[in-house]
Design a binder for this molecule. Sequence first.
Ligand SMILES: Cc1cc2nc3c(=O)[nH]c(=O)nc-3n(C[C@H](O)[C@H](O)[C@H](O)COP(=O)(O)OP(=O)(O)OC[C@H]3O[C@@H](n4cnc5c(N)ncnc54)[C@H](O)[C@@H]3O)c2cc1C
Length: 257
Amino acid sequence: MDFDEGQSEEQRAFRWAVRAWLEQNTPAQVAVPADGSPLDQDTQVTIKEFRRKLGAQGWLAPNYPREYGGGGLSPAAAAIIQQELSQLRLPTMGDNYRWIPAVMSWGTEEQKQRYVLPCLRGETITWQAFNETSSGSDFASVSTQAIWDGDDYVINGEKNFITGRFDPDYLWTLAVTDPDLPRHENLGLLMVDATLPGISIKTLRLLAGSERKLLLENVRVPGDCLVGHPGQGWEIAQGILESERSGLPARYTQEDS
Ligand SMILES: Cc1cc2nc3c(=O)[nH]c(=O)nc-3n(C[C@H](O)[C@H](O)[C@H](O)COP(=O)(O)OP(=O)(O)OC[C@H]3O[C@@H](n4cnc5c(N)ncnc54)[C@H](O)[C@@H]3O)c2cc1C
C-alpha cells in the first residue's frame, strides 16, 4: 500500500523517521502461538520492552494528550505512526483501547493518572472482564458481585472467554455493586489489580482458539477503583459496546487484545 500518496514533504520525512526507528527497535523474532494462547514469558518480556519504548515517546497513543501518556501529535502524524505499526509482524500488543475512553469520560483525574498514564506509556496491560458463562451480550445478567465492605469492595464471581496474550496488571471488571437494585441500575465498573489474592486465571483451549477464564474469590479492592458512581456500570459498559460493536471503535491506542 502506498501510504505516501497525497502527503506533504514533511509528512513523508516523518514517515521515514518512524520507519527507521521501528526498523531499529522492533524485536526481530518472537514466538506467537497461532491459537491465541498466552505468550511465553521471554516473548512477553521482549514485547513489553518494545511497548515501553513506544509508550515512552507517546507512540502507543500518538494523538492523545501528553499529560496522559500520549504523543500530543496531529491526526496526520498519528495516522502515519499507526500505519507503520500496522505493518509489523507482531502479536496485538495486549492492550485494550475500549476502557480508556471510558476512564477518560467517567474517571476522576486521579484515576486517569493511575490507569491511563501507565497504560499509554506501555507499562501496564489491562484485560476487559465483562463476559460470564451465563452472561454474554446481555450484560444486565452479570452475576459477579462487588459488595461494599468498610472502605472496600469484595468481589466474587467468574469471568469467561476473556482475551489476553500477556499477563494482566488490571482487570476492567463489570460487577453487581448492589444486588437489591433492579437490573441495569445495580452494576459498577471496577479497575481491579490483577495481582490481588483471590484471583485465579485459567487458559481454556477451545476449537476456536484459546481464551481465559477468571475466578474472583473474596477479592478485596479499595473503593477508589470504582470508575463512575455505583450503579453507573450499565451506562459505561453500553458506551464501550457502542464503539466496540458499531465497527467504529475509538482507536486511541495501538491495537487491543
Ligand atoms: C474470540 C473472543 C474473544 C472474547 N474476548 C472477550 C474479552 O476480552 N472480554 C470480554 O468481556 N468478553 C470477551 N468475549 C466474549 C464476548 O463479549 C461474548 O462472546 C459476546 O458478548 C457474546 O456473548 P455470547 O457468546 O454469550 O452470545 P449471547 O449473549 O448468547 O448472544 C447470542 C445471540 O443472542 C443475541 N442476544 C443476546 N442477548 C440478547 C438480548 N437481551 N436481546 C436481544 N438479543 C440478544 C445476541 O445479539 C447474539 O446474536 C470474547 C468472545 C470471543 C468469541
